[in-house]
Ligand binder design. Sequence first.
Ligand code: ATP
Ligand code: MG
Ligand code: MG
Length: 398
Amino acid sequence: MDRTVGLLGGGQLGQMLCEAANPLGVKVVILDAENSPAKQVNAKASHITGSFTDPEKIRELARQCDILTVEIEHVDTHVLEEIAEEGVEIQSADGKITRKKVQVQPNWKTLRTIQDKFLQKEHLTKHGVETAVSQAVESDKSGLERVGKELGFPFMLKARKDAYDGRGNFPVMSAQDIPDALEALKGRGLYAEKWASFKMELAVMVVKTSDNTLAYPAVETIHQDSICKLVYCPPRGISTQLQEKAQDLARKAVGSMWGNGVFGVELFVMEDETIILNEIAPRPHNSGHYTIEACPTMSQYKSQLLSILDIMPSFPGNKIPSLSPATVMLNILGGASKTSHNALVQSAVATPNAALHMYGKESKPARKIGHITLVAQTMAEAEKAMNPMIALADEMRM
Ligand code: ATP
Ligand code: MG
Ligand code: MG
């Protein structure tokens, strides 16, 4: 396939995207820091060193590519709008300057809407997708006291932008927490969410093509300190009807966006089994890593490539099935020391049917540096094999 994809961001999601691009013969050019994880596994292209928020670097990337995509939503969408709508200046051999339009997938409007979590919530509400009740806040003591009265305590104070792994969330348990919350999220645009007392968190990967949406299975996600720790596919102890409801809601939410690509949709299952949406990521997602082993012919990374190139195949019932009856994924987070994770890595290598993915990142406390996916014939078998590794992951936490 003679197409060149420009990728904004070269972290682990970009790395796994490159691993999916290689067998397809798709060339990926990456814009990120020198030696970022994605660059480490892709020596086929002349990558660009710089930031995915730097307009000039993004233009430089666009000049080399047929299509631009992202592995992170915190990018400069204004320059992406300019490149998609007006084009980027290129100079031909005879010195003539022309403009080349480069497709941005998903569309810059999608990236702009999603990267501001409050705008995202307003958009979803307008399209009939229920989310946690959200409201704009004044970032001062009396503003937050008012929110406490209106939404009740606890509520979740969130940064509108640049949030990941819970860095941008502050649970405000009572009025006493307000000064700490303001200090922790100082200088960031904020909004507040009503506390969601969910009984389970689910996630669904959705692929958006130019005229359709396809859902991967619903998975159960377990977060600790706002960071995803474990993923179970299928979810444990909920009906297939509820799983299908989650897939339908995720497809509806992604269907309201613009352009093509793969999306991670995070959902809360409430006590009464209603499902509300937490947030959407317009890119591959941690909760979709399991698809590398469970959907070996159509991982989330391959889906991102095929959808943005507009050659995604159709699937019966618009569902991409898991070929593994039971799958569990465990994230490897950096521990107190640079070597804390060694025992866990050794255990993964020694476990049959466990696939280890290390990202080539320096270990820092609580940083995602790898993951382990375990496939089995039954969930009982999968849990039995994964539990000793979960115990090791718990031991290495600071
Ligand atoms: P990600 O790494 O998924 O992008 P993030 O920093 O964007 O994370 P959120 O997804 O907003 O953070 O929240 C992280 C976790 O915090 C959720 O998965 C959930 O466990 C908890 N959480 C978020 N919002 C609420 C809420 N309104 N009520 C209760 N818990 C919440
Ligand atoms: Mg997020
Ligand atoms: Mg999240």
